[in-house]
Design a protein around this ligand. Structure first.
Ligand code: GRG
Length: 280
């Protein structure tokens, strides 16, 4: 088994991102007003969640080849993420003018279209998942996990608890919101790969824990980069910079402990540090 170095890691990251970028271009390639806005909402971003899914899948199968169904499933995760950003930016939520360095979807196409673009992406993600579920129980289980992670016991719950906060914001409240808003989709990306490979309960739990801690670190790093908008929670509202950095380190170590239960995990080990070192 050839060990991966940091350059190999970055090459894989770029390659995977390209796979996702191209698949989106292809999906919305026909020219019409709906596709124009769908392309706009899905044409960029770091693609962390689908990459996490593809690389978890590759780690478990030990194959470098990815078939179309797996790429489609990766897109489903990214579509849920893209929808959440489009809706989060709306005037009734975070009221943001810019996302990924360009005007938000509602600024470019109007609020009516932005709501419908978010709805379309959410709908399409599950239409595609249901189609994939015709392939069998494992796809069905993976789709079900995705729906729970993004729903009322996942991302939507996190958003509501962020919008309607307790007066008392302490660390446990912040971590609960971050778990739902951010970690849940990371957990979906990893656990879906595990479900598609028929992993045992304890292995699924280890993957889930890895993604949980990775998501928390990712969100705390976001806070430290001060990327969150004025209305959103920030770890620095209840912890000092030093305390936040030591939490980050602690979560990274826990992510590593869990992913170390798997062989061929080099990509993930690099990913943990890479996400913490990122500057955007
Ligand atoms: C509207 C149902 C609903 C949910 C919104 C995800 C979310 C919940 C809100 C977005 C704002 C936010 C700070 C979310 C936390 C997750 C997060 C860090 C999103 C940004 O993810 P990146 O950095 O984005 O992966 P890119 O642009 O790279 O895709």
């Amino acid at each position: 088994m050839v060990m991966m170095n940091k350059e190999d890691f970055k090459t894989i990251l770029k390659k995977d991102k390209k796979i996702i970028d191209r698949a989106f271009e292809e999906k919305f390639k026909d020219d019409n007003p709906l596709n124009e806005a769908l392309r706009y909402a899905t044409d960029s971003g770091k693609r962390i969640r689908p990459i996490l899914f593809l690389e978890s899948y590759k780690m478990l199968t030990k194959k470098s080849y990815l078939n179309d169904e797996i790429i489609e499933m990766a897109l489903n995760i990214e579509m849920i993420h893209a929808y959440s950003l489009v809706h989060d930016d709306l005037p009734s939520m975070d009221n943001d003018d810019l996302r990924r360095g360009k005007p938000t979807v509602h600024k470019k196409f109007g609020e009516d279209i932005a709501i419908l673009i978010g709805d379309s992406l959410l709908n399409l993600a599950f239409e595609n998942s249901l189609n994939l579920a015709k392939n069998g129980q494992r796809f069905l289980d993976a789709s079900l996990y995705l729906s729970k992670a993004s729903g009322i016991d996942g991302m939507i719950k996190g958003q509501v608890y962020d919008l309607r906060r307790n007066l008392e914001i302490d660390l446990s409240y912040i971590l609960e919101v971050y778990k739902n808003k951010t970690s849940r989709l990371f957990m979906a990306a990893c656990v879906m790969a595990g479900l598609l490979n028929g992993l045992s309960e304890d292995k699924l739990k280890a993957l889930e824990n890895y993604a949980y801690y990775l998501g928390l670190s990712f969100q705390i790093q976001d806070d430290l980069l001060d990327k969150n908008e004025k209305n959103e929670l920030n770890i620095l509202s209840c912890k000092s910079l030093d305390e936040a950095n030591s939490l980050l380190l602690d979560f990274n170590n826990k992510a590593k402990e869990n992913i170390n239960k798997f062989k061929n995990n080099d990509f993930h080990i690099y990913l943990i540090d890479y996400l913490t070192e990122r500057t955007k």
